[in-house]
Design a protein around this ligand. Structure first.
Ligand code: MG
Length: 314
């Protein structure tokens, strides 16, 4: 059986946008380091599966690029992609003003900024306080919007933090509102540790709704460390979220989560959505073939259950 039995249920959106993070978030902690032409080929193959949006690269500071060589070559990846790497549906990560300028110089017109819901993660990721990081993003977002770019924020540690434990909902609501007020078009709520359960997702989305944050401005980014990524994502979709993050093959994870088993696999999400009759525009067979191809380049199997089940059959 190569595709799920379709059994639509009431109350779900007709269509969901998958925001594919494999080439950036997925690859960034993987080894060996792939050459830029292979990364560009990965993005092209993902686009051919029908994925709407693919985050293609990151413009990180030199010291961080040294520690993460996999994402040190954004200009080369974009040069290899040509026009296929540009446009509002090909965002790149820019952690600061300098990264934004380098990205704009390459012609990008969609950017994602890495924000933190907690104090500890802001210090570790961005080297400043949470409040300072949110203040700094105001200028970055204004500059990007001034250039006509689409801007998303990846808001990390919304549902658990490795140093602080539970994260107060009010902190997530506050950061989300401030980022939207800064001009961000979309906020992706991240369970960076992968510790959340469905009740928490329910409460968080309820709290944001009560604070006047519309679901249309939100996406979710759930990790699978404790096997909850798909359940949490489906919970958000049932509540009306229509943009969800996933990583082809289940690549990547969080270096701060012990035994992080990574991002939710796009194939596992797609199996569930295809079964529920929710349209995504993505071809599962092509996607499995893409993840199997990348796994060959990395020299190890893709973590995705669906890839493991299907790759011999495609
Ligand atoms: Mg992730």
């Amino acid at each position: 059986m190569r595709r799920p039995h379709p059994e639509p249920v009431a109350g779900l959106p007709e269509r969901v946008t998958i925001y594919e993070v494999g080439p950036r978030d997925g690859l960034q902690h993987e080894s060996p380091t792939l050459p830029a032409p292979d990364k560009a080929e990965f993005v092209r193959m993902l686009a051919e599966t029908g994925l709407d949006t693919v985050e293609v690269a990151a413009f990180v500071p030199a010291d961080r690029a040294e520690r993460m060589p996999q994402i040190a070559d954004a200009p080369e990846v974009l040069a290899n992609l040509g026009a296929a790497g540009l446009g509002w549906h090909r965002p790149v990560l820019v952690p600061d003003a300098e990264g934004l300028e380098r990205a704009l110089a390459c012609g990008v017109s969609a950017v994602a900024i890495p924000a933190s819901a907690t104090e500890s993660y802001a210090q570790h990721l961005l080297g400043c306080s949470r409040a300072e990081s949110l203040d700094r993003f105001v200028a970055v977002v204004a500059r990007a919007k001034g250039e006509g770019a689409w801007v998303r924020a990846h808001l990390a540690m919304c549902l658990g933090d490795p140093w602080e434990g539970s994260v107060p909902l009010s902190q997530v609501v506050d950061a989300t509102r401030r980022l939207l007020e800064s001009g961000c078009d979309q906020i992706s709520l991240g369970d960076t540790l992968g510790v959340a359960t469905t009740g928490q997702v329910h409460r968080l989305l309820e709290s944001l709704d009560a604070a006047g944050v519309g679901l249309e401005a939100l996406a979710v980014h759930f990790h699978d460390t404790y096997g909850q990524g798909l359940a949490n994502t489906l919970t958000a979709i049932r509540l009306g979220v229509t943009c969800v993050d996933a990583s082809a093959g289940g690549l990547g994870g969080c270096p701060y989560a012990r035994s992080a088993t990574g991002n939710l696999a796009t194939e596992d999400l797609l199996w569930a959505l295809d079964g529920l009759g929710v349209r995504t525009g993505v071809d599962l067979k092509k996607l499995v073939a893409t993840s199997a191809w990348l796994a060959g380049r990395l020299g190890r199997p893709a973590p995705s259950r669906v890839v493991a089940a299907l790759q011999e059959t495609v």
